[in-house]
Design a protein around this ligand. Structure first.
Ligand SMILES: NC(=O)c1ccc[n+]([C@@H]2O[C@H](COP(=O)([O-])OP(=O)(O)OC[C@H]3O[C@@H](n4cnc5c(N)ncnc54)[C@H](O)[C@@H]3O)[C@@H](O)[C@H]2O)c1
Length: 375
């Protein structure tokens, strides 16, 4: 395996987190950090640059991680790839589709690998749900509901987050993580997108709502607000398959609840959820959930007109063994490891493509436009 030098551009909150999370990587280490404000950067075994243009010329650096505010991503990603560097671009890919397409074109033209940090894809719970979407073992995913209440206590009014020309707004800067997750679970293209939003004043849009209809009939709704005190921060992702209802808790999902209609063939699937514990088992009899003993006589039940065989319902809980921060670190390590593997073995596909970043940006921008259409 070759050794890769990583250069990070942008050493604010998330750049510092990535740097810490990427200690002792196999086959790579951070050897350069650039920020327009170098006072953010602690001393260490890496070079410090006050201008990223100097860093991308370093021949020992092969990967650039772009961790600056969204409106800068396109310029930095394009220049880095033209300088012969592979790139990990923070979400969102860009703040408009012209820039996003240009990033894709430059990656194709230069042959540099490029990916977007949709690190939630590496969460083991998410990966299990993707397997169920692919196998269809619990039937069709018909409904997805993302409810995300975030604090704004650490986001003063002059923070770039509120400046749409820099961040793109909540749908573009933040909701894209969750739009990407549901795209991943959906398995079908998007047919229609509608949005609603609220501004607390001229400069601060603090609530957004996005409805997405997929071609197979899945209707997903995403609500995000940055208007809560820290204590009320919460995220729930509800996923309703024909035979399975899942609730994932936490913006980095680490635990949840499940209700599933099962038969002998599919009951074992539920145990693939990390740390699954049964709460209750209910036999199913002529359309009624019984509270007597679980009997293994399958009944036919219908979802959306489709027949399924089930002998009853199982409810339970699941949880990853690790704390949120450890799962977060695991996910961002997996992200860079996936890029490194794909650079060393070009036939191995990136887990997140630039087209994935483009698609979610398009959904976010479409919802934003529809939210502003006159009633
Ligand atoms: N994937 C995730 O889970 C995740 C989580 C948080 C943030 N992010 C993304 O990371 C990016 C940065 O967010 P943050 O919270 O760290 O922001 P931040 O404001 O804390 O840090 C941004 C840093 O970039 C520097 N910077 C800005 N423009 C620059 C330029 N042209 N050249 C060099 N340095 C420049 C600033 O000085 C600052 O240090 C955003 O795109 C954000 O959406 C991703």
């Amino acid at each position: 395996m070759s050794q890769h030098g990583i250069g990070i551009i942008g050493y604010g909150g998330f750049g510092a987190f990535l740097h810490k999370s990427w200690s002792n990587l196999k086959g790579a280490s951070v050897i350069g950090i650039a920020d327009q404000n170098v006072s953010n950067i602690p001393a260490g075994e890496f070079n410090i640059y006050d201008d990223w243009r100097k860093m991308i010329r370093d021949p020992l650096i092969s990967i650039i991680s772009i961790v600056t505010p969204p409106s800068t991503h396109a310029e930095l990603a394009i220049a880095s790839m033209k300088a012969g560097k592979h790139v990990l671009i923070e979400k969102p890919l860009a703040t408009n589709l012209t820039d996003a397409r240009e990033i894709i074109n430059v990656s194709e033209f230069t042959g540099m690998k490029a990916t977007v940090n949709y690190m939630l894809r590496f969460n083991p719970i998410v990966q299990q749900v993707v397997k169920w979407s692919e196998s269809g073992v619990f039937g069709q995913l018909r409904r997805a509901v993302v409810e995300n209440y975030a604090q704004d206590e650490s986001l003063p009014q002059d923070h770039w987050f509120w400046d749409e020309s820099v961040s793109g707004g909540i749908a573009v800067e933040h909701a894209v993580h969750f739009l990407d997750l549901v795209d991943l679970f959906a398995m079908y293209p998007i047919k229609h997108v509608k949005g609603a939003s609220h501004n607390r004043n001229e400069g601060q849009e603090d609530q957004v709502y996005i409805n997405v209809l997929y071609e197979n009939g899945l209707i997903a709704s995403h609500y995000h607000d940055f208007a809560r005190p820290d204590i009320f921060e919460s995220t729930t992702i509800r996923l309703l398959f024909d035979l399975l209802e899942l609730e994932l808790y936490g913006w980095i999902p680490i635990q949840g609840r499940v209700r599933a209609m099962v038969n002998p063939e599919i009951e074992k699937e539920i145990y693939k959820l990390p740390g699954f514990k049964v709460d209750q088992r209910y036999p199913y009899n002529n359309g009624n959930i019984q509270d007597s003993n679980f009997q293994k006589t399958a009944q036919t039940i219908y979802c959306g007109g489709k027949p399924y065989k089930s002998y009853g319902m199982i409810t339970g809980t699941f949880a990853l063994p690790d704390k949120k921060l450890d799962v977060y670190r695991f996910c961002v390590r997996s992200m860079i490891e996936n890029l490194i593997t794909s650079i060393d073995n070009p036939h191995i596909k990136l887990n997140v493509s630039l087209e994935d970043g483009f698609d979610t940006l398009k959904t976010a921008l479409t919802s934003r436009e529809s939210a502003r259409a006159k009633y």
